[in-house]
Design a protein around this ligand. Structure first.
Ligand code: CTP
Length: 384
């Protein structure tokens, strides 16, 4: 059975590409953060696996690259927005470059033996026309896509020199209807005609497909190359006038406080879950466990350094006595804690306090079988 792998295949153009590949007889493996609108497709013609490009799962892609039945790789996952640079939080810069550029290139690198081989292997990636020129009011998105499309352009020359006929197709459209990108909904009738064209170019081993190139974008790119400054000014005004700019706050800030003595897997689990529920995770570390009536083994600075080195943590701070005081400093949107705190006097108080502040308190299941107290007790009883 010939197989195709579509990364980001549950929504938007990815969903249409998945559907089109199914129509061409492929069994499609869809990797995505959620199942999106996959239920619109024929059950049994695809499989779904969870994958978050912000938390790159190298092993998953390594395993898939060894599956010789896979002969198509299409990367459709991407994030972006139309907004002034000043409206971007640093977490958004990180997110866009990680998803749109770094993770996409890592996948290509992992599959590169397959792409370089003599056997036919079809590879396609969703770039963006904004990656081919300056895009004021979408600067970060355009920068991330520019990194992607320029790298692919270079790799294709290397592939030619390797002597293989395989190429990586860069699909670089302008905005299109039928995706959730600009607050729309998935609409396969709107996206499928373009997906059909994409698959045609993919099967031809083309290197670049800019939809509506002759009619529109040839001229646009020429204007940009002739006078980037003049073009930029015009393009900025055009975006402003189109009403598509959204300079509002877009990131979800999360906050989690703890003692983190003798860092253990319960800590790791809660930090990972917390990061899955926000874009920027701030962790407050208590100076001691004294207020819980507990002693700490590891000094505060060391506990902070250990927590800071965890890949799910964006920023470590000294915790406040109360999480509500920390809100005055960081204005977080979500407060995370283990389920062992649910119903305690302290969290009942916070539930009340945050009621009118648009802050959600999220309780995660406490990891059974481990805690700093258990480890401390085990060490003490061993050393006695
Ligand atoms: N936590 C968890 N699962 C565990 C231990 C801790 O989910 N097995 C969560 C706690 O609920 C808290 C966060 O991790 O939200 C920080 O924990 P910390 O205060 O360091 O808790 P413990 O390891 O339980 O420490 P102690 O035994 O000293 O109370």
């Amino acid at each position: 059975m010939k197989k195709a792998l579509v990364v980001g295949g549950s929504n938007g153009m990815g969903l249409a590409v998945t559907s089109t590949l199914i129509g061409r007889g492929y069994q499609v493996i869809v990797l995505d953060r959620n199942e999106g609108d996959l239920d619109k497709l024929n059950e049994g013609s695809y499989t779904y696996t969870y994958c978050d490009l912000l938390d790159f799962n190298e092993e998953l892609f390594n395993d898939l690259s060894l599956d010789k039945d896979i002969e198509v790789l299409f990367i459709s996952a991407g994030v972006g927005r139309i907004a002034d640079f000043k409206a971007h939080h640093i977490a958004e810069i990180d997110k866009m470059f990680t998803i749109d550029t770094t993770s996409a290139l890592k996948i290509l690198r992992i599959f590169y033996d397959r792409i370089m081989a003599r056997d036919t292997f079809y590879t396609g990636v969703m770039g963006s026309i904004s990656g081919w020129m300056s895009s004021p009011a979408a600067s970060v998105y355009a920068g991330a896509k520019a990194g992607l499309v320029r790298t692919i352009e270079s790799i294709n020359i290397e592939l030619e020199s390797e002597g293989t006929a395989n190429r990586i197709l860069d699909v670089s459209p302008a905005s299109f209807k039928g995706s959730k990108f600009n607050g729309g909904v998935n609409d396969l009738t709107a996206t499928t005609p373009l997906a059909e064209e994409i698959i045609e170019h993919l099967m031809n081993q083309d290197t670049l497909f800019i939809p509506q190139y002759e009619e529109t974008f040839k001229g646009v790119l020429e204007r940009y190359h002739n006078d980037p400054h003049e073009y930029g000014l015009h393009s900025y005004q055009y975006k402003k006038d189109s009403g598509r700019m959204d300079n509002g706050k877009k990131v979800i800030i999360g906050y989690l406080a703890g003692t983190f003595d003798l860092f253990h897997v319960g800590h790791l689990n809660i930090l990972r879950r917390a990061k899955q529920h926000c874009d920027y995770l701030i962790v407050g570390v208590h100076d001691s466990g004294a207020w819980k009536g507990k002693e700490t083994f590891i000094p505060l600075d060391e506990r902070k350094a250990i927590v800071a080195s965890c890949k799910y943590v964006d920023k470590v701070v000294d915790s406040c006595r109360e999480d509500s005081d920390a809100w005055d400093l960081y204005h977080y949107d979500r407060l995370f804690v283990g389920s062992d705190y649910k119903g305690t006097e302290r969290f009942n108080r916070y539930e009340e306090y945050f009621k009118d502040k648009d802050v959600e308190i999220v309780y995660f299941p406490y990891t059974q079988g481990t805690s700093s107290t258990r480890i401390r007790d085990a060490i003490i009883s061993k050393t006695k």
